[in-house]
Write a protein that binds this ligand. Structure first.
Ligand SMILES: [Zn+2]
Length: 186
């Protein structure tokens, strides 16, 4: 059974892979992200929405657009490094945000692993967006507490919970998953 299916909802986004191992809300978020439909500050400005600030709510030093927030912000760059560490690889599938994921460059890995890596990639993008939204609404006193949240821990726990519940290919042993998701494939 092929677990990666094309989400053929819009011609310009036909390269989005729908991952059935993670919740629908995350797949829909990825589709919105790739369709440039998220309410990020650069998009709101393009639509002439008046904003108090156009600055990234995480670093407070750069303009917020998709590229900056998800891949170039000093608070999100370490998360992608940690995702590579989780997979014990330096071979990142990140190239831009998610509409140009270099799965083709990963020919040496199994279809199950490709699907797993894509799933953890999607979950991290979604967690960054949730984190960013919290920061938008944070009071000054709460900023450092939210900035110090352990996003990678949430990624490990949630992705294991979701994927092990939805796929018979992934064992329920969290310790194995923590070592490397690859070793949890049954
Ligand atoms: Zn930033």
């Amino acid at each position: 059974m092929i677990d990666i299916e094309i989400l053929d909802v819009h011609p310009s986004t036909s390269n989005i892979k729908w991952i059935s191992w993670i919740p629908k809300k995350i797949n829909l978020f990825i589709w919105r992200l790739n369709s440039d439909r998220i309410r990020i500050r650069s998009n709101l400005t393009k639509r002439s929405v008046n904003l108090d600030s156009t600055i990234c709510p995480l670093c407070l030093s750069n303009s917020e657009d998709v590229d900056h927030l998800f891949t170039r912000c000093r608070h999100t760059i370490p998360l992608w490094r940690s995702l590579n560490d989780l997979w014990n690889t330096s071979n990142s599938i990140l190239n831009g945000v998610s509409n140009d994921i270099r799965l083709a460059a990963l020919d040496s890995i199994s279809k199950t692993e490709k699907c797993l890596r894509l799933a953890t990639h999607y979950v991290l993008l979604w967690l960054i967006w949730k984190w960013r939204n919290k920061m938008v609404h944070a009071t000054q006193e709460k900023r450092s507490e939210i900035l110090n949240e352990d996003i990678m821990s949430s990624l490990r726990v949630l992705s294991h919970l979701w994927i092990s519940n939805r796929s018979s290919k992934i064992g329920s042993d969290y310790e194995e998953w923590m070592k490397c998701p690859r070793s949890a494939v049954t």
